[in-house]
Every structure is written in C-alpha cells, then in structure tokens.
Design a binder for this molecule. Sequence first.
Ligand SMILES: Cc1cc2nc3c(=O)[nH]c(=O)nc-3n(C[C@H](O)[C@H](O)[C@H](O)COP(=O)(O)OP(=O)(O)OC[C@H]3O[C@@H](n4cnc5c(N)ncnc54)[C@H](O)[C@@H]3O)c2cc1C
Length: 410
Amino acid sequence: MDFRYSTEQDLFRQGVREWAVKNLEPRAREIDKAEAGIPDDIVQGLVDLGVFGVTVPEELGGCAVPGEELIYAMIAIQEIARADLSMSTPVYTLLTIGWSYIVNKFGTQQLREEVLPAAAAGKAFVGINTTEPGGGSDLARIKTTATKNAAGNYVLNGEKAYVSGPKECMKLGAPSGHCSLVVTDPSTGHKGLTFMYIPAHLPGISWTVYEDMGRMGLSTGGWLYKDAEIPAYCLLGQEGKGFYHVMEGFNAARVLVAAACLGGAEKAIEISAEYNTQRMTFGRPLIKYEGVSFEMVNDWMQLDMLKLNLLRGAWMIGYESQNPGTFSRKDINKVIATVKCLSPTLGHEAARHGMMYHGAFGYTKETPLEMMLRGIMSYEVGAEGGLNVMRGIIARDLWGEAANPFKADE
Ligand SMILES: Cc1cc2nc3c(=O)[nH]c(=O)nc-3n(C[C@H](O)[C@H](O)[C@H](O)COP(=O)(O)OP(=O)(O)OC[C@H]3O[C@@H](n4cnc5c(N)ncnc54)[C@H](O)[C@@H]3O)c2cc1C
C-alpha cells in the first residue's frame, strides 16, 4: 500500500500547478464575467500540458496511462479548481475528459476515432445530457425517444434541459456533443434505455441557453430534438444497457466533480489562513481566536479525509478496469457517492467561512470567494446528481432494496 503519488503523477501535478498559478489564476475573475467563455489560450495551455489527453489512449492522440486515467484527471482538476474558483474552467475540463473516458470505454471504433483525437487537442467539447425538463434525478423516467429507421440509424425526438456546454459545442463545432440517455424501448422501464453520443451539429437539433447564478464562463442550456437522425455508430455500449453505462460514467465524472470541489476548498482554506494571520482585531490576529481557527481546522480535517477517499475512488475505478471482478459496483458506488455528497458541501462551507473571516471585504468581488460560492452551488443543487441522490445510492447499496429510495412502492 502506498498513499503517495508516483513520481510521474507528482511531476504532472507540479506542472499543472505552476502553469495554473501563472496563467489561470489571474484570469479567473475575467472568466467569471466573460460572455465568450473560457479563453482559447487557456484551453491551449491545458492541451500543451496534456490535460485533455489523460483519458484518451496514445494511438488516438492522448497520453492515458491505462488504469491511472482518473488519477491523472483528478490531479489536473484539483489544480485547475485551485486557480479558477469560479469553477468554470475546472468544470469545462472535467466534462470533456470525464466523458471522453466513457466514449473511449463504450464507443465504437468509428466514434472513438472521430471524437477522441479532437477532444485531446482541445478542439471538441464532450459533455453529458441526461436531464430533461421533467426531472434529472429519476433517470428511468426520461422521455426522449430514439427509433431505429430503415438505415439502422436512430431518429431522436424529445428535449433535454440544464445541460452544460451548448455554447461551447457551437463554438468548437463538430465533433463536439454529448453522451445521452434515450428511450429505445418504452415498454421495459430502465431496461429500455440506451446510451449514445449525440453530435451537436446534426440537422433537427436546436439549443437554448439559460442565465445561471455562477460558473459564468461555461454555458448551461437545453436541447431540442425533432426527427434528428443519429448515426448507428454513435451507440455507446449495448442497446438497452444505457442505464448501467451511464451510471459508470457518472462514477467517473463524480470523481472529477469532487476533485473540483476539494481543489477549491483547499484554496479557500489557504486564502482564509493567509488573511486571518495578518488581520488584527482586539490586538490579536484573527487566527489566534479558537472560534476562528477551530472552524478552519474542522474544514481542513474534512478536506484531508475527503482527498484520501477521493484518491481511493479514482484508484478503485482504475484498478477494477485492469483487474475486473476485484470490486463490486456497490463497493465503488459507496466511495464515490460519499465524496460527491460531502465535497460540494465542504467547498461551500470553506468559501462561506472565508467570506465571514473577511468581513465586509468578503462580500465584495475583490476576493474570489463569492464566485466560488456561486460556482460550487451547481454541485449542491444537482449537477452530476443531487446530494440526496448520493445519500440514496449509499442507503441502497448498504442496506438493500428495503432502503432504496429510487424504486416506487408497488
Ligand atoms: C449548473 C448546472 C449544470 C448542469 N449540467 C448538466 C449536464 O451537463 N447534463 C445533465 O444531464 N444535467 C445537468 N444538470 C442537471 C442536473 O443533473 C440535475 O439538476 C440533477 O440531476 C437533479 O435533477 P433536477 O434538477 O431535475 O431535480 P429533481 O430530480 O427534481 O430533484 C429535486 C431535488 O430533490 C432531491 N431528490 C430527488 N429525489 C430524491 C429522493 N428520492 N430522496 C430525497 N431527495 C431527492 C434532489 O437531490 C434535488 O435536490 C446541471 C445542473 C446544474 C445546476
């Protein structure tokens, strides 16, 4: 057992940290205001570091280390989140590298060759769109249908909502798109769901953008499908197995979501420590008061435990991919649902506590803490699964069907 990063992983971490402190941190406020999204030179900087290639195999233009894809991805996202507390750049990056991991795992050779080299080069956005206007937590009840036509392609009709990345898909062009869950057999509940990649630029697809409260550098919006024909080679995995494939994707993406929240929390605690060491009240620095320092210690203790559990989750997925059958789906689910449930809350609290220590200054845009609070909220209200949905997963996988909140009573 070894709790340390390997030399290569640590060198990668240092490289991303140095680049992000110099190039990204000074731009975070601009990114949070920007209408234009993440600047091209920031994306290119991340490409040059190999960040967009960590989940893409070498033969497709990436630099993935088999079994360590999510460890490298987790390291990168933690470092990027430390530098951009608005969460725009980390989320933009984690979506593309997280869902590229799934395209690589479940995609046909044609799809992998089309999407993955572009994603690794920063020239395609890859996202997820399962949520519909009727709800996001209860995936078994989604309504978007895909019917096979005579050519063997899928004809899509329906609507997706609250999906990250529509503007980014339009800006980058083909082959940007989303991994999506659709109904191919309405008579069989979640067994009639199929997972497929929907290239964003096909005829019959239109989109809209919402006005969010945070993560302003990354768009969120909706998609409308009206007789959109999706080529058969865009199928991910097996028809009818979409529910299980998407759950695997969510576990990978949730590792990276937790990484973003913990990177942000770590930075917020550092900002608080620096400020509280120099800010004097009643003849002492704030950090000398136990009402302040013990609260900071509570945040730090949670951060330290969650970082370890996050590493465990990323490692378990990689180890299982190389040694199938080592861990059950439930083993992995519980670890990852734990970090996805607790990390956004810690990020929120670390930002809020930091704002409190800064007093009135904390309520201004002179500190990055308020934009962190707004960005992290996206992961509390729902993105990649709401907090209670994580608790429901843990209850179900610990105590069985009696505790399963996702199954309607007969
Ligand atoms: C900024 C942002 C970006 C997003 N990006 C994407 C994206 O890229 N792709 C995508 O597909 N979706 C995306 N989403 C949507 C997200 O996945 C959903 O918000 C989430 O799945 C919850 O769905 P919902 O919002 O419809 O809430 P609902 O499903 O209606 O749930 C409402 C609340 O009830 C809670 N709840 C639900 N069921 C239970 C239960 N059984 N027990 C207790 N509590 C329960 C939920 O946790 C939630 O707090 C994004 C959301 C946000 C805010």
